[in-house]
Ligand binder design. Structure first.
Ligand code: NAD
Ligand code: IPM
Ligand code: MN
Length: 360
């Protein structure tokens, strides 16, 4: 029997609550495909600060290194917001993890399930027959990581830097992604103001010549934010730098009904003929406002587990099973609070996970 090791890092807030549901679903997948998942848990974020004095203990990094892929919950919360910024869960754990493992490509698929059209805040006419966009976000460069950065109480500064190589690397992945979808790529930038983004547009334009079958256009980020609510269906793949992708993916998620629906894959470069190492996590955060109440939507975490199976383990059919199971449960009218609409049956985190697992 094939065994895969999955590092499980639930983190803080709703992280552990939704992670438990993803594990239930993976256990069912293992049974169905005669596989075995060896889940190796590790502390990360606030809980790691509380237990080990730092947000990213070496043991946690080692656990990830030994695994075939990482399933991550979310980190952060009010309890740790008074610590020095570099020690907080986000900057002390999540960003270093992305850097250590070279997770340069962040895929965030925002899809309106037909059953959830009513949960979208946009009018039915705007959603039309559905919305399915893939945000491809560069994840290890840009203003998140550029040096210098600091805050001396009088001056706070961050530096936005991209090299042509970094832009080309994420650009290629976006073109390839578009090729496997509807062959439309919109590159998002702010080339009218930022030098980094002038280079971004130059590199992507040049790369476009290698992908004549993909229709490439460029859009300023402010316009893109507006176009996403005006006519979201114009987009197929949206390519963004680190910060713009962070912002636009939250916006895209809400079109699907809730941030609790948006999974993500953060991928490293793959060797020729191999699948990439990846960290898989919901795009949303630890949701302190609803943590501990058993009402969080586990679907983003479950879909993230599905993406792990597909992108790092090559188990495409298992991903399809998870997707279909979610659709099945939504078809039966079950909803967590965030995607609730009149006439539907409201259930909690655990029941949603049980019902999805039950359909595998
Ligand atoms: P958030 O994403 O945690 O929450 C924003 C809103 O979306 C909240 O109202 C929340 O209840 C809702 N929401 C998010 N996920 C949901 C789910 N699964 N089901 C139902 N509702 C859901 O963003 P925030 O409030 O700005 O940040 C809270 C903390 O999370 C901060 O410490 C932030 O830095 C951290 N954060 C972590 C990650 C991560 O670990 N990847 C991502 C984003 C934010
Ligand atoms: C995300 C989060 C992170 C980011 C934070 C928590 C560092 O918002 O994964 O979208 O900005 O990348
Ligand atoms: Mn974000």
């Amino acid at each position: 029997m094939k065994t895969y090791t999955i590092a499980v890092l639930p983190g803080d807030g709703i992280g552990p609550e939704v992670m438990a549901e993803a594990e239930k679903v993976l256990a069912k997948i293992a049974g169905k495909y005669d596989l075995s998942f060896n889940f190796t848990p590790a502390d990360v974020g606030g809980i790691a600060i509380d237990r080990h004095g730092k947000a990213l203990p070496e043991d946690t990094v080692e656990t990830c290194r030994k695994a075939d892929a990482v399933l991550f919950g979310s980190v952060g919360g009010p309890k740790w917001e008074t610590l020095p910024p570099e020690e907080q869960p986000e900057r002390g754990a999540l960003l270093p993890l992305r850097k250590i493992f070279g997770l340069f490509a962040n895929l965030r698929p925002a899809i309106v399930f037909p059953q959830l059209k009513e949960a979208s805040p946009l009018k039915a006419g705007i959603i039309g027959e559905g919305f399915d966009v893939m945000v491809v976000r560069e994840l290890t460069g840009g203003i998140y990581f550029g040096q210098p950065k600091g805050n001396d109480g009088v001056k706070g500064f961050d530096t936005m830097v991209y090299t042509a190589d970094e832009i080309e690397r994420i650009g290629r992945l976006a073109f390839e992604t578009a090729r496997r979808r509807n062959s439309r790529l919109v590159s998002i930038d702010k080339a009218n103001v930022l030098s980094t983004m002038v280079l971004w547009r130059q590199v992507i334009t040049k790369l476009g010549a290698e992908y004549p079958d993909v229709s490439l256009s460029h859009m300023y980020v402010d316009n893109a934010a507006m176009q996403l609510v005006r006519n979201p269906r114009q987009f197929d793949v949206m390519l963004c730098g680190n910060m713009f992708g962070d912002i636009l993916s939250d916006e895209a998620s809400m079109i699907t009904g809730s941030l609790g629906m948006l999974p993500s894959a953060s991928l490293a470069e793959a060797s020729e003929g191999e699948l990439p190492f990846g960290l898989y996590e919901p795009s949303g955060g630890s949701a302190p406002d609803i943590a501990g109440q058993g009402i969080a939507n586990p679907i983003a975490q479950i879909l993230s587990a599905g993406m792990l199976l597909k992108y790092s383990l090559g188990l495409d059919k298992a991903y399809d099973d998870i997707y279909a199971a979610i659709e099945g449960v939504l078809d039966e009218g079950y909803r967590t609070a965030d995607i609730m609409s009149p006439g539907m049956k409201q259930i909690g985190t655990g029941e949603m996970g049980d019902r999805i697992a039950g359909k595998i």
